[in-house]
Design a protein around this ligand. Sequence first.
Ligand SMILES: C[S@@+](CC[C@H](N)C(=O)[O-])C[C@H]1O[C@@H](n2cnc3c(N)ncnc32)[C@H](O)[C@@H]1O
Length: 234
Amino acid sequence: MTDEQPTNDHDASGDNPSPELTTWGVGPWQGDWPEGVGEPGSPFDAELLANGDTRNVLDHYRYWSMEAIVADLDSQRHKYHVAIENWQHDLNIGSIVRTANAFLAAEVHIIGNRRWNRRGAMVTDRYQHVRHHPTVEDFVEWTRTCGLGAGGGALPIIGIDNVPGCQKIEEFDLPEACVLLFGQEGPGLSQQALDASDAILEITQFGSTRSINASAAAAITMHCWIEQHVFKRR
Ligand SMILES: C[S@@+](CC[C@H](N)C(=O)[O-])C[C@H]1O[C@@H](n2cnc3c(N)ncnc32)[C@H](O)[C@@H]1O
């Protein structure tokens, strides 16, 4: 695919959202509306209360405006970021965005083509900050200057790929503030991305396949971070 093909892609800024997917939901609010609807500080959305809420959100967020949900998530986001190289419009990106939303990553970074296939995101990209970097160089520059690493320093880049010389993720202490960098199906991480990584980690495999699916690898890796920093299992 080229960068010009529209299909289900949109740009990483989220400027071009497609209609919300309907999954399951609730009908119009029954009884008296919650106090303060329409006033500053109320999370409730009058249109959702009147018409029902069929969005793919936790019950806790039913009838909340999108802005109120994002603000609530922003107040509790974890300190790890997720990045993926996007040179060939990898179909895994949507699924990685969805997992990043589920595990409350600080931000998802798309390196390479701005457009990405959002189908697997199931609209979670509306609640997840997604930032685009045209080149690995731009991405590295951002990690060095963002001030989001330990003590306000650079954000360490943790490359995730099973390449010669890598370490085992199961034996590695992931930094609390870091960016977990994934490669795309086929080539895996580019040499430039490998060179830019402060550490390169593999998820130990036991079968015959060379690798697992990139979005599966991203889900496992994010959960490793959760195990270490939320459940303190190391
Ligand atoms: C198809 S794999 C890449 C290939 C791999 N280096 C090879 O030898 O074929 C695509 C991406 O999924 C992730 N991945 C897949 N399996 C992995 C594993 N066992 N450990 C770490 N990352 C993995 C990595 O981010 C990788 O860049």
